[in-house]
Design a protein around this ligand. Sequence first.
Ligand code: SF4
Length: 395
Amino acid sequence: MAPISAGPSARRRELHPKPIFDEPALRTFLTGHGIKTVHMARIWKHVVSQLSESTWPRLDEVPGLPQRIRDALAAEFTVVTSQVVKTSVSELDGTMKLLIRLQAEHPDQRQADRCGERDTLCVSSQVGCRLGCTFCATGTMGLLGNLWPGEIQEQLILARRQKGHSASICNVVFMGMGEPLENFDAVSSAVKGFVDPMRFGLAPSSITVSTVGSSPHHMQRMLEELPKIRLAVSLHAPNQQLREELVPAAKAIPIEKLLQLVDNHVEQTSGEGKRQRTVMMSYVLLKGVNDSPAHAAELAALSRPTSHCEFDPLQRFRRHNSRLGIAMYLQSVLKEMRSLGNAHAYEEPSPQTVDDFLQILADSDIRVFERRHHGRDIAAACGQLAKLEGPNVCD
Ligand code: SF4
């Protein structure tokens, strides 16, 4: 089991200048200058209206603000604080991976994002991750830093620029580096920025936050504060014992309690006049570890409601309109993890094993599908983002 380590630079870094889309920072600035915070909308509107132009919008030209405030704004804030230093494009599926250098870069404070051919951006919420899931190269890095809300949001700006057409990326998934619950204040603020009509104006249903459920408190907060986003829960095992071996942070919430939280959330946010919630359960298949017919049967049984669940005529995953996403472990992640010092030696299951696993679940009436890995040839697939190099470097 990999140790959970908190990197020495995991505390919040100070930024100067700060990202203009960082709502807490901008609010503090305006309040400190005696300016009403309603002017945030005016500032963001000025910036957003010019984001597709070749030069960045000037903050000292925001209309309707006193000149002294404009000058101070330009001195303390910037449109983007980070920069794309490398772009890789998959020859297999067109996935683009961005290597982003953060402001005041610690040698390792780099992050990687990927955007797929279906106009979805996979964003990071941290640099590295302290949770140490045993099959994940990012977890092998430990935590090197938390991102600010503005840094999370500007990943969308940078990716849209790289793609060359400003409105093309309208889906955001928090499946890059980091566990969203571990930097929840920033993630919550960033999600609110993504859906804010004055900033990015994305539909809440176009945003997915993926979590292993590392904190009951923050899990509850996420369900309450962000009720309309899509939720993805990483299971990876059909029972608590094996889950804790693969995902050490799973100790925080027992698997039945985790599913109960999801049950309650779906119950509260679906129903008459409300859109049916869709929850995705993720499961990575590791050869000889969690991929047997017995594991599939146990997973199928887990999908049935708990005894203290009030509504039970249908199976849990069906009732939620939920889907179980099964992904194969990638052998290429192993090489990367070994280069980072991780001793775990997992292998990819055979295609027949995957088919058999899926069939057992499908036979149990569970909505199951095989998740394709995007960008596996450029180390952009799930669990691979620790790898900072890749072929097809464009710039
Ligand atoms: Fe962290 Fe997610 Fe990797 Fe687990 S799978 S170590 S939570 S980034």
